[in-house]
Design a protein around this ligand. Sequence first.
Ligand code: AGP
Length: 614
Amino acid sequence: MCGIVGYVGPQAAVDVVVGGLRRLEYRGYDSAGVAIVSDGRIELAKKAGKIANLDKLLADHPLPTDGLGIGHTRWATHGAPNDSNAHPHLSRGGRVALVHNGIVENFVELRDELAADGITMVSETDTEVVAQLLGQVVEAGTELADAMRAVCRRLTGAFTLVAVDSHNPELVVAARRNSPLVVGVGDGENFLASDVAAFIEHTREAIELGQNQVVELRSDSVRVTTFDGAPAEVRPYHVDWDLSAAEKDGFDWFMRKEIYEQPKAVADTLLGRHDSKGALTLDEIRISEAELRQIDKIVVIACGTSFYAGLVAKYAIEHWTRIPCEVELASEFRYRDPIVGPSTLVVTISQSGETADTLMAIRHAREQRAKVLAICNTNGSTIPRESDAVIYTHAGPEVGVASTKGFLTQLVACYLLGLYLAQVRGTKFGDEIKATMAELETIPAAIQSLLDNIQPVLDLAAEFADQPSVLFLGRHVGYPVALEGALKLKELAYIHAEGFAAGELKHGPIALIEDQLPVFVVVPPKGRDMLHEKVVSNIQEIRARGARTVVLAEEDDHEVDAVADVLIRLPKVSTLLQPLVATVPLQVFACELASRKGHDVDQPRNLAKSVTVE
Ligand code: AGP
């Protein structure tokens, strides 16, 4: 949500900033703007809609190519997505320009105070209040960085702010509380952005900022302090992916590219997880084995697709470790007075590491003295930083708003965690753990073979493009897969889609079944239990009522032949690991169907990749 870029150095700032904003488009936005400090003035261009609209404005009214610059893509919270609410915002008289990501909670009180001083707003945003306050302090003779620190001490809520002063053509100042911000360190130039993708083509050296910090960026220096002006500790790091990872590489959509990257993403996430004797070693765990043995409850907290990864985790973790495991939506967790304490392990799952609901939930859990372990894909992000331990997924940058490789690698990390806990607590024998690890290592090839034979799924998307509604059914770990299949279709194709636990069908949802309604059913592998049989009879029940059944079943499962209108064959894997393969056709189906409908697959309407407000 909202993308921020700042640049100071010898290149044309307007090009660097707009180029950076383009790389942040995936975050979700509805207006864009840029401000350049040149020749003692601030020149501004901002426009509602996509960056193409800003490009057009800049083509008609070019900004200076010298000076330093800041830019912003806005995802509207306070005020409609129009030109005047777009960032940057200027202070009265135009001396200071400011961009902002987050929500300033006390903006009404501050706005009233400014009004009493005769300063009226020209926009409906909370951001302009901060621009005006900052302008007031700077006009009174305070240097920009000191002014920023003083203003930040007065703000409540979540905010990343980046500001420039027309009287100071060498300095960009930023502040960070909760919303993401990283520094890119170049040679004679420096960058600021919500995400390293914005500057990856210029430098791979980054600095992770902490909470409540102010950074002063000049072309040859980076100075970081607290809001009180004391020098602050920061963490420099090297970004281990390059520009090509942030580009489409010949695919029509990032999402499609990311689906095809899944064999590698899964393999990378499994890499280096065991020692020469086959024992699991999770280096980033940072919670002692003694502490892990004391845990009597696990609570998994996440949002959206990551929440569904958590639902799968529950089945695996409880089965392998016998530790009770709850899974909860992060947005609900802290509002219901949850029972967590020192012997609870809270596991958070977040691709971005910046989701505000999840972040607030872990802060609450830590206040209750629970240990927090983050499963995360983004190095340097806030959630792992504020957790006791982290398992990084190694999916590489995920640009499509709809999570694909992010989800599969989260599943892998959950399995690794479950197996590791089983090893530490002795609830599984070493050779059982090794056997599951060996099976996990076959998964990249299994996904690849699915993708090599995906044409029938593409054909199905063409056939179903005009369907107003699609249902998904699953049982056991197939249930979260059904939920994920439905979510993908909702967010990308904008059609009604629901996922149900197949066993719940007869308790209500079966009333929705009507002639020719497409129903996808994830069939568990044929095992020793009755799960398979139950799902086959669920398919019979809906087919008898006219549904068009699309059955996902393992390759030699012929018991489903007679009940499937369409059969999608899955590679043979054990029940608990089946989500790693069963999800893939559903991702491809949603991507293809949305593409055929002419939707923007990478940036679906109203959605943001990184949801940084609660
Ligand atoms: C997935 O396709 C979504 N767009 C969304 O549900 C996402 O999974 C959710 O917002 C959580 O994000 P996170 O993993 O970055 O915390």
